[in-house]
Design a protein around this ligand. Structure first.
Ligand code: HEM
Length: 406
C-alpha cells in the first residue's frame, strides 16, 4: 500500500501545504521511504509519535554515525561532540540538569517586563516605517536579544548570531533525505570553529569575574562531581543560542500569518487579548514550527504494525500528529480559543523543549505589542513567501507587512 504514497518532504509544494498528505499518512500509519542514503520511515499519528518520543530506551537521539550517510570523507563525518540534544540516557540527564534551572517558569516570568520593553520599541519603530519585513524588525530581534542577555553575550553581536543560526539550522534534517553536499558540511565545521572562537574568551573572562548569567553558570557548572568539559560547554552554548532563535522567530511569524489567513480569528483576538496564551498554543498546533522529530531504533522492535530494524530512523511528524482527528476536535479549524490542546510542538519525553516557557512568553509579549500598537496589518506582497531552507521548519524567512498604527 505504501508504494503508491508519494511524500517528498523536500518538495516545495508539499512543504507549503503538507496537510492532505499528512492525513493520508495517518491512514497508512507508517511509511517506508525508498532510495535514500539512510533507512528511513515516517509515522504520522499522534499515538505513534507519542510512543516513540516517550521511549528513550528503544529510541535514540544520537545520529552521529549516520546523519550524514552518503558523504564518504571521514573528516566530514566529524560533526563534533553532540549537544545535549544528541545525547541519550544519563549523559543527557547530566547535561540537561545543568541548564534546567535557568528556564523554569518562575525565572522566565522575571524576564517579561524586559521582553515587553524590547517588543514595544521594536513594534513602534516598525509602525513608524509603515512597511517592513516582520522577521527583520521583530520576530528575529526579540528572541535573540533575550537569549543573548540570558547567556550574557553582547546583544549588539546579534547580526553575527543571526548569520550563525541561519547557517547552523539550514542543514537540519536535510541529511536524512540525502540533501547535504560536502561543501555545506565543510561550512558547518567552519561555523562550529567560529562559534567556539567567539565563546571561548568570554567563558575565560567569566571564570575570572563571575556574573549573574547562564555563561557563568556553565563555566562554574559542577554536577555529581564532574564539571562540563570545554567542548560540552561550547556545544551547549551553541545549542541554546541556535535552538531558541529560529524556532521562536518562526512561532511569532507563523502566528501573524495564521491571523492573516483567518481574519475572523484575528478580530476575536483583538477583542479579547486574554485569549493570547490559547492562541499561541493554537499556532504551535496548527502551524508547528518544528514539523518532524527524528529517532533511531536501538534494537529491532514493532511500530505501527511493522517491524523496525535496529539502526533504522523514524521521523515523527509532529505537524501531522497535531492535526490528528483521533485527538483534536475539528483539527483543521484554527481556533484561537481552543481549550483542550495537548499538541506535540515542543516534542515529548526526556528531550521535551527546554525553552517552551520562554518561547510561549516571548510570542505572547510580541503579539500583544503588535495587536495593541496596530489597527491592522496586511501582507505587502502577492508573491509566495520564501521557505526556510531546512525541511524541519514550517517557516517563512521573510514576511513583508504593511502596518497601520492603532
Ligand atoms: C516555538 C519555539 C520552540 C519550538 C517549537 C521548539 C521545539 C523543540 C522541540 C520539538 C524539541 C525536541 C527535540 C527532540 O525531541 O529531539 C526541542 C528541544 C529543545 N529546545 Fe526547543 N523549541 C522552541 C524554543 C526554544 C527556546 C526558546 C529554547 C531555548 C532558549 C529552546 C531550547 C531547546 C533545547 C536546549 C532543546 C533540547 C532539550 C534536550 O535535549 O533535552 N527551544 N525544542
Amino acid at each position: 500500500m505504501s508504494d503508491a504514497f508519494v511524500f517528498n518532504p523536500l518538495d516545495p509544494t508539499t512543504r507549503r501545504d503538507p496537510f492532505a498528505l499528512y492525513g493520508e499518512g495517518r491512514k497508512r500509519r507508517i511509511v517506508r521511504h525508498v532510495g535514500l542514503p539512510v533507512p528511513l520511515l515516517s509515522v504520522f499519528r499522534y499515538g505513534d509519535c507519542q510512543a516513540v518520543l516517550r521511549d528513550d530506551e528503544a529510541w535514540s537521539n544520537d545520529f552521529r554515525a549516520i546523519a550524514f550517510g552518503g558523504v564518504e570523507d571521514p573528516e566530514l563525518q566529524d560533526v563534533g561532540p553532540p549537544s545535549m540534544l544528541g545525547f541519550d540516557g544519563d549523559a543527557h540527564h547530566r547535561l540537561r540538569s545543568l541548564v534546567n534551572k535557568a528556564f523554569t517558569p518562575r525565572i522566565v516570568k522575571r524576564l517579561e517586563r524586559r521582553m515587553a520593553e524590547i517588543a514595544a520599541s521594536l513594534v513602534d519603530e516598525a509602525v513608524a516605517r509603515g512597511e517592513v519585513d516582520l522577521v527583520e524588525v521583530l520576530t528575529y530581534p526579540l528572541p535573540v536579544t533575550i537569549i543573548a542577555e540570558m547567556i550574557g553575550i553582547p546583544a549588539a553581536d546579534r547580526e553575527q548570531f543571526k548569520r550563525w543560526s541561519d547557517e547552523a539550522v539550514s542543514i537540519l534534517g536535510a541529511g536524512f533525505f540525502g540533501g547535504v553536499d560536502p561543501e555545506r558540511l565543510r561550512r558547518q565545521i567552519r561555523l562550529r570553529e567560529q562559534m567556539h572562537d567567539y565563546f571561548l574568551p568570554l567563558a575565560r573572562e567569566r571564570t575570572r569575574s563571575p556574573r549573574e548569567d547562564l555563561l557563568t553558570g556553565l563555566v562554574q557548572a559542577e554536577h555529581e562531581g564532574s564539571s562540563l568539559s570545554h567542548e560540552e560547554m561550547l556545544a551547549m552554548l551553541t545549542l541554546i543560542l541556535v535552538a531558541g532563535n529560529e524556532t521562536t522567530t518562526t512561532l511569532i511569524g507563523n502566528a501573524v500569518l495564521e491571523l492573516l489567513a483567518h481574519p475572523e480569528e484575528e478580530a476575536r483576538l483583538r477583542q479579547d487579548l486574554s485569549l493570547l496564551p490559547r492562541a499561541i498554543d493554537e499556532v504551535l498546533r496548527f502551524a508547528s514550527p518544528v514539523q518532524f522529530d527524528p529517532r533511531r531504533a536501538t534494537r529491532d522492535l514493532e511500530l505501527g504494525g511493522e517491524t523496525v530494524r535496529q539502526g533504522e530512523i523514524v521521523l515523527c511528524w509532529l505537524g501531522s500528529a497535531n492535526r490528528d482527528e483521533a485527538v483534536f476536535e475539528s483539527p483543521e479549524v484554527f481556533d484561537v480559543g481552543r481549550a483542550r490542546n495537548p499538541h506535540l510542538a515542543f516534542g515529548l519525553g526526556v528531550h521535551y523543549c527546554l525553552g517552551s516557557n520562554l518561547a510561549r512568553l516571548e510570542a505572547e509579549v510580541a503579539l500583544r505589542a503588535l495587536l495593541q500598537r496596530t489597527r491592522s496589518f496586511e501582507l505587502a506582497t502577492d508573491e509566495p513567501l520564501p521557505l526556510h531552507p531546512s525541511p524541519v521548519f514550517r517557516a517563512a524567512t521573510a514576511i513583508p507587512l504593511r502596518l497601520a498604527a492603532a
